[in-house]
Write a new protein. Structure first.
Length: 71
């Protein structure tokens, strides 16, 4: 997608992100209503733990915020 592209993804739509380019990509998510930032903060705590995050704990945190991972 070109620089500056805007995408709207409703809450119930399964989606993912992938950089198809050879340079780092930047993403600026805007979420409404507020509160979703708590999900990111809790995940960040897991990523700072020695040895890396516990994936099962990340899945649990996601569930607590209404997020589910699909294959």
């Amino acid at each position: 997608m070109p620089v500056g592209t805007t995408v709207f993804v409703p809450r119930t739509v399964v989606h993912s992100y992938k950089n198809h380019g050879d340079k780092p990509a930047r993403l600026l998510p805007t979420v409404s209503p507020s509160g979703f930032e708590r999900f990111f903060a809790r995940c960040a705590e897991e990523f700072t733990k020695p040895g890396g995050p516990n994936v099962d704990r990340l899945v649990q945190i996601a569930r607590e915020h209404g997020i589910r991972f699909v294959d």
